[in-house]
Design a binder for this molecule. Structure first.
Ligand code: C2E
Ligand code: MG
Ligand code: MG
Ligand code: MG
Length: 288
């Protein structure tokens, strides 16, 4: 904690806090070079059709292979990238890499495979977003219909009118739109109604205790029902147990993503999984 020592003195921070700040600054500097040094890579987590067990899409998730610290998860560096503006070049790298990979999988015959990419608030507010996306789609030949952008409620509600205009422009290109971590941010339902959204991704904090907590169950069931009435698809995140999946399926949730089916995988592993023709990473509910 900071100590107040009277006039003319500095504030001293506890060693713990100090250490955290130093670590953050070091990470920031290293992150500046991480892209050109090719230290970033993407893992891909399958999204599963609850009825058939087929892989219908993947979510691209960024990782950082830090030369000294080893493998770092996005929870450690995305907020730094967001605060420093490094999210702009990082996000561009992610989108380009994901679109290249999507095109490669589509060429290999997985024509309908959806590629979901996370877009941070600052990226979404950046003026150059639309031209950047257009350039990358052209460059990679990725079919916009197979691209999905994941946005959080907070990103969209910050400036709902501007957000709605941008979402419409994205939809005109055929890009699909999902609200990520749904239920944890603040959404105005009256705005939600006007956004051309395709899918709601129910946050995994509601899925966690789904089978034990009637409250979480009520929330999840209500989100799925609302999604249907608004003609949106409901996707569940963080599905780890078969019981959760069964409940979700019975409530009409069409798609699941979570460790029950697969952790996020490096591209080559997903290529094998797709090529195995198995295209089916868990027992379909219908057969379970
Ligand atoms: P998210 O977009 O909600 O991504 C889902 C997160 O949940 C991933 O964590 C994934 O590994 C984790 N997850 C999936 N299934 C399960 C499960 O069954 N159980 C548990 N406990 N966790 C599960 P990850 O990869 O650490 O990413 C964390 C967050 O970092 C993401 O949350 C997203 O907000 C952000 N992020 C990741 N990649 C990017 C990126 O390329 N750009 C931006 N802007 N943000 C990213
Ligand atoms: Mg996401
Ligand atoms: Mg999420
Ligand atoms: Mg999340």
């Amino acid at each position: 904690q900071a100590k107040e020592c009277g006039r003319g003195t500095f504030k001293f921070f506890s060693p713990d806090h100090n250490e955290k700040m130093v670590q953050r600054m070091q990470l920031e500097q290293a992150l500046r070079r991480a892209i050109e040094n090719q230290e970033l890579f993407l893992d891909y987590q399958p999204q599963i059709d609850n009825a058939t067990g087929a892989i219908t899409g993947v979510e691209a998730l960024v990782r950082w292979n830090h030369p000294q610290l080893g493998l770092l998860q996005p929870g450690l560096f995305i907020s730094i990238a967001e605060d420093t503006g490094l999210i702009i070049p990082l996000g561009e790298w992610v989108l380009r890499t994901a679109c290249h990979q999507a095109k490669a999988w589509q060429r290999a015959g997985h024509r309908q495979l959806r590629m979901a990419v996370n877009i941070s608030p600052r990226q979404f507010q950046q003026r150059g977003l639309m031209p950047m996306i257009d350039t990358i789609l052209q460059e990679t030949g990725c079919d916009p219909k197979t691209l999905e952008l994941e946005l959080t409620e907070t990103t969209l509600m910050d400036n709902p009118d501007e957000a709605a205009a941008l979402l419409k422009a994205l939809k005109r290109r055929g890009i699909s739109l999902a609200i990520d971590d749904f239920g944890t941010g603040y959404s105005s339902l009256s705005h939600l109604k006007h956004f051309p959204i395709d899918r709601l991704k129910i946050d995994r904090s509601f899925i966690n205790d789904l089978t034990r907590s009637p409250e979480d169950g009520a929330i999840v069931e209500a989100i799925i029902a609302m999604a249907h009435r608004l003609h949106l698809e409901a996707v569940a995140e963080g599905v780890e147990y078969r019981d959760q999946c069964t409940m979700l399926h019975n409530w009409g949730c069409t798609t699941s993503q979570g460790f029950l089916f697969s952790r996020p995988l490096p591209a080559p592993d997903l290529t094998s999984l797709l090529a195995s023709g198995q295209n089916n990473v868990a027992l379909p509910i219908a057969l379970a």
